[in-house]
Write a protein that binds this ligand. Sequence first.
Ligand SMILES: [Zn+2]
Ligand SMILES: [Zn+2]
Ligand SMILES: [Zn+2]
Ligand SMILES: [Zn+2]
Length: 235
Amino acid sequence: MGRRPESRGKCTFCGDSVVFSSMTKHLQSCVKRQEAVGKESSAKRSKIYGLKVWAAYNPAYWLFLEAAESTKLEDLDDFLRKTWLECCGHLSAFTIQDVRYEVETGEPDFMAKTFDEEESKTMDISLGSVLSSGMVFHYEYDFGSTTDLDLKVLWEREGRLNKKGVTVLSRNEPIGFKCAACGQPAESVCTECGDEKAASYCRACAAKHECSEEMLLPVVNSPRMGVCGYVGVDV
Ligand SMILES: [Zn+2]
Ligand SMILES: [Zn+2]
Ligand SMILES: [Zn+2]
Ligand SMILES: [Zn+2]
């Protein structure tokens, strides 16, 4: 069985195209990034975490991020929702060293009760009080049709980011799904037919596809493609 090639992404500092497994090393040695870090303000510096995020069951989807220690888990949750996940306001949770940090979004979620017995806290807590270098932790969006993400703290450093909240260092390029019927670039995925590879179609073939039109969702650069009502974001 052929292994799917690793997905690539561009370093936002130098523009180089790098595979997932080499990106940590690249970011740590990128000359353009070192220049940018060198120009950070010397005032109000704080601890900054370098984070790697990937889809637990499909590491073709990944992000490299930085955030200051004062950033809260709810800010990271918000960022992940906006970038990759939000379809209809499901519940979500981080699990960090056996403690669950949950967010309530107002929408009732049937599965939420399952977790009542575990220790759980809110996401109103800073990264600085829960993370340390090398730590691996977990995130779930939607406890029904769950999108599972793994995260790793790649580094800690002193500095000052230009932006409040989460800064993107790199992200995987779109995966480029092919139409299952004709091999042209796919634009939509049929949620009725199941497996994403077997069920993606170009515009012409989607129009001829036997399932109802409401079952089609757009091909998007997100691990939540084809799940629930996820239609992606306009970037
Ligand atoms: Zn670079
Ligand atoms: Zn949904
Ligand atoms: Zn086609
Ligand atoms: Zn179908």
